[in-house]
Unconditional design. Structure first.
Length: 410
């Protein structure tokens, strides 16, 4: 084949290979719940595209056959033409060229576009799928027959999968229909968020940690247990940066208070983690060590805080209250645009309450304000961020304890 004819033919085959691969990828990535919404709104092609997406296994043979024929034809034409022009060296050169072209325009590029623009790609290329389902029907029929034989011989079963977004859309749809209640819906969503959580998102910072010294008296330890509300306390030597272990209130009252053992006899080794550990990994670590509390250390070995099994469970099922917990409102609405917010309140909860979509790197309001001010502010000081004004109500030499947040009209 002459070069002037070969180039447009190769270009046409590359476009076909690109289309087959892109559409195939788009159908595997497209959100079927969104397609259902578009179909319900009578969006053009949405119903037919949804039908293909829900039965994609019946159409993937067409994509496979189409891309394979296109790619093989490219290689054969290049080899034949270049072999005539360059003798035996042409076969090697054609192999390299066809590999590069197919990888770039028949795999990498269509995959990227299919993933990023799946909805648009499926809706705008319905004609292509319908056309080549007819054109390639004889070959598709043979391939499908071969697949059926393979499935029977090797007892292969087709499995259906859902993306995370599709499952969340199903949950939202079920909640709106009344099939599940809000609490069940929130629990399912929290399971999906769980693997993204890190210890830094849930641990209790050191300023709020109640710990006891190895030299503490029984009376001091008893008061510490009552103050903390926990059944376990960290024990330190010299200062809180040197945690030596954990004590359990049952062991303390049954052994130490009754004079059967000394405090050091009931101290159990502590599990030590970093703030960057995934909460899912922390849960596995606590289970394997049969522990309920871990010490969170910084990169220098200092104590950042503690994290408990209860902290983990609360991320899944919400706050767990018992008779020892003091109920403290993290946010109190003063008026339509004014809130009183605790320093340890989660900053993302505040923005969610205010229906704002600001993204910040801090977990608590205190951490956010300390960076915003650049120092520890005093009572009465105020600062503005976007359309919010923060006025310090209570602060000490370490942190902001409470602030007033006002939404500024724009």
């Amino acid at each position: 084949m002459k070069i002037e004819i070969l180039i447009p033919v190769i270009l046409a085959l590359l476009i076909l290979s690109f289309m087959f691969k892109m559409i195939d990828k788009a159908y595997t990535e497209v959100n079927k719940s969104k397609l259902k919404q578009l179909a319900a709104a009578n969006r053009k092609n949405a119903k037919k595209v949804l039908d293909i997406a829900e039965n994609i296994n019946q159409h993937q043979s067409m994509f496979l056959v189409g891309s394979t024929i296109s790619n093989i034809t490219i290689a054969v034409l290049l080899a034949d033409t270049l072999n005539n022009e360059l003798d035996n060296v042409g076969i090697f050169i054609s192999l390299i060229i066809s590999l590069v072209l197919v990888i770039l325009f028949g795999v990498i590029t269509p995959n990227m576009i299919g993933i990023k623009r799946s909805e648009e790609a499926t809706l705008k290329t319905l004609w292509f799928v319908q056309l080549f389902n007819v054109v390639l029907f004889p070959i598709i029929f043979i391939v499908k027959g071969y697949q059926v034989i393979l499935q029977k011989v090797f007892k292969l079963k087709e499995t259906s999968t859902f993306t995370e977004d599709e499952l969340l859309d199903i949950v939202e749809e079920a909640e709106s229909e009344g099939s599940i209640n809000e609490n069940e819906s929130n629990l399912i969503r929290s399971v999906f968020d769980f693997d993204e959580l890190k210890v830094e998102d849930i641990f209790t910072p050191r300023v709020h940690v109640v710990a006891v010294s190895k030299s503490s008296t029984n009376n001091e330890i008893t008061k510490a247990f009552k103050k903390s509300g926990y059944s376990r306390l960290p024990v330190y030597e010299n200062n809180i940066d040197h945690i030596v272990g954990i004590i359990n209130h049952k062991d303390f009252y049954n052994e130490v208070v009754l004079g059967k053992a000394k405090l050091e006899d009931i101290i159990k080794p502590s599990v030590v983690v970093t703030e960057y550990m995934k909460v899912s990994d922390l849960l596995a670590l606590l289970k394997s060590n049969k522990a309920h509390m871990a010490i969170v250390n910084d990169e220098y070995g200092g104590t950042l805080g503690v994290v408990t099994m209860e902290d983990i469970l609360e991320e899944l099922v919400g706050d767990i209250w018992d008779e020892h917990d003091e109920i403290v409102e993290q946010m109190t609405k003063i008026s339509d645009k004014v809130y009183k917010v605790k320093g340890n309140a989660k900053i993302e909860d505040l923005f969610e309450e205010l229906e704002l979509e600001y993204e910040v790197d801090h977990t608590t309001l205190n951490g956010f304000l300390l960076e915003l001010f650049g120092y520890i502010p005093k009572k009465g000081e105020a600062i503005t961020y976007e359309n919010l004004e923060f006025k310090i109500l209570v602060a000490d030499h370490k942190q902001v304890i409470e602030a007033e947040v006002t939404v500024i009209e724009q």
